[in-house]
Design a binder for this molecule. Structure first.
Ligand code: PEP
Ligand code: MG
Length: 550
């Protein structure tokens, strides 16, 4: 028996033999022959077309989310500027494969300079470059076929080409690299299978080794005992049954309401199927990313009103454009910034591009009328009372009635009483609030401990915001990742947070956790967590209170 620890990204437990996706073989060198450049270019064009066609064909076979990843890859492969760069290099005397590799490297650098939001795509570029070069040389890709009997897939990192293995027999995923926001996490959540990423040593497992994988704790046990498997899976099944049996509005065991809402991006069609009290965070920037121009007013109205209609009377909070830093926009130029996370991002963009935010607010107001619904709006990355006042005035000028701001910067929490005198609600973005409280870049896996949402200092700020909300009679919600941790949700309810917004997949487990503890119990949990010195102690203290082992 051997235990490995990774990062838990998709909950659930499973035991099955592993199928390890071996690395691709090294490619032989390409030899430049006397053949003219035109025929070399023709070879590359055929290889590009074949890789793109293969990606498109795969996209037809898989679920919507995975297809979107594959189609994005096909778009990159077909980018005409890439082909131009390859042609130029071939014209300058490069071999076909050097021309491809060097052009991808150039593309890679451009993408890296565009900000960390694109980091996952950089990994994909290596895979695409390899596939085109392999096709030029006539080297077959390692065959990837979906297993026929239940298997946990283990890979260094899931490349787009690996997604074809994800047939119905794949019951879990483990990758050696990758972070909580990479493809593996997205794909596993969309398939509803447990997954662990960043699991050092996983690729050393021999094929067919039986593994017990816990996507809730990140623990991967190789060659577990029969008793271990039986015990673990029985506990998991009991907890799933308990979670599945519950439905309806969030509340604690004594009936105190704690609303459960969904965080949505481009995928608003999932709302109809989600048992929740509305949308606590609609990330409108997903409409704006990856394009040369802002979406038109009409396009925005269409998306916003469709969302309001599918909410069918439930609350919907539209967050205005949160661009800059890790989400750069092609059509928003704020000049060179040495520290983009501390630069012109979020609502600060509005100072430069008033019309972008103004048009958004007008689109939300029009969508409200078309859908016959009420919408709430909030601004991201607000730091001062003056900014709050300016956003509220801008939103009210469009007739919007429910206007709030996100608490993502400690300065805003320190002024929470004054902020709440100006607006209707606060929504705490714990991802950014952790980043700015601990001066720790949220993209850096290395600083994960500082960014742990159980950090007592972060929880104290949440508690301060909740106290201010109570004094003002207004509401405070949490819409960062903290809200999706069932145990931490109890602490947040205990400090006085009145609604929790999270990825739809996380809602059932949070509902079940709240249902089992009274509000007095949640308050005790909050006291323990706030009084702890560090995240591990906070977690352990709350687990001890609830008499949870381990
Ligand atoms: C947050 O910062 O917690 C948040 C919800 O916003 P985003 O993750 O989109 O920056
Ligand atoms: Mg944020």
């Amino acid at each position: 028996m051997r235990e490995l620890q990774g990062v838990a990204v998709s909950p659930g437990s499973v035991a099955a033999p592993v199928l390890v996706l071996r690395k691709r073989p090294a490619l032989p060198p390409d030899v430049r022959t006397d053949a003219d450049a035109a025929s070399a270019v023709g070879d590359v064009e055929r290889a590009i077309a074949s890789v793109a066609a293969h990606l498109e064909a795969q996209a037809q076979e898989v679920s919507h989310d995975i297809a979107a990843v594959l189609q994005a890859q096909a778009l990159i492969v077909g980018d005409p500027t890439l082909l131009d760069a390859i042609k130029r290099r071939i014209g300058d005397g490069s071999t076909r494969t050097d021309a491809v590799e060097d052009s991808f490297s150039e593309f890679r650098e451009q993408l890296a300079a565009a900000g960390p939001y694109f980091a996952d795509r950089i990994e994909d570029l290596d895979d695409l470059s390899y596939r085109i070069r392999a096709s030029v040389l006539g080297v077959a890709m390692p065959s990837r076929v979906a297993p026929r009997s239940p298997r946990i897939i283990v890979a260094d990192e899931l490349a787009p080409a690996d997604l074809v293995v994800l047939g119905p027999s794949v019951v879990g995923l483990v990758t050696q690299r990758g972070g909580a926001t990479g493809h593996t996490a997205i794909v596993a959540k969309s398939l509803g299978i447990p997954a662990v990423v960043g699991c050092a040593g996983a690729c050393e497992l021999a094929d067919d080794t039986v593994v017990l994988l816990d996507g809730g704790t990140g623990v991967v046990v190789a060659a577990p005992t029969r008793e271990q498997v039986d015990e673990h899976l029985a506990a998991d099944a009991a907890s799933k049954a308990r979670i599945g049996a519950l439905a309806g509005p969030g509340r604690t065991a004594d009936g105190t309401p704690v609303a459960l809402l969904a965080n949505l991006g481009g995928d608003h069609d999932v709302l109809a199927a989600t048992d929740c009290e509305g949308v606590g965070l609609f990330r409108t920037e997903f409409l704006f990313l990856d394009r040369d121009d802002a979406p038109s007013f009409d396009e925005q109205v269409e998306v916003y009103s469709a969302l309001l209609r599918s909410a069918a009377g439930r609350r919907v909070v539209f967050r205005t454009l949160d661009a800059g830093s890790d989400k750069p926009l092609g059509f928003v130029d704020v000049g060179h910034e040495p520290n983009p996370a501390l630069g012109v991002r979020g609502y600060r963009i509005a100072a430069h591009y008033q019309e972008l935010v103004d048009e958004q607010l007008r689109a939300v107001a029009t969508a409200e009328q078309l859908a016959g619904a009420t919408a709430a709006v909030m601004a991201p990355m607000v730091a001062t009372v003056a900014e709050v006042r300016s956003f509220v005035a801008q939103a009210r000028a469009h007739g919007l009635r429910e206007v709030g701001v996100m608490a993502e910067v400690p300065a805003l929490v320190l002024s929470a009483d004054r902020v709440l005198a100006e607006c209707d609600f606060l929504s705490i973005g714990t991802n950014d609030l952790a980043q700015y409280t601990f001066a720790a870049d949220r993209q850096l896996d290395e600083l994960a401990v500082l960014l742990d949402p159980w950090q007592p200092a972060l929880l104290r700020l949440v508690s301060m915001a909740a106290e201010a909300a109570k004094r003002s009679g207004k509401s405070v919600s949490v819409c960062g990742e903290a809200a999706s941790d069932p145990l931490l949700a109890l602490v947040l309810a205990g400090v006085g947070v009145s609604s929790l917004s999270m990825a739809p997949v996380s809602i059932p487990a949070v509902r079940a956790a709240l249902f089992e503890l009274t509000m007095t119990g949640c308050q005790q949990a909050a006291q323990i967590a706030l009084g702890a010195e560090e995240p591990a102690a906070a977690r352990a203290g709350v687990r001890a209170l609830l008499k949870i082992d381990g």
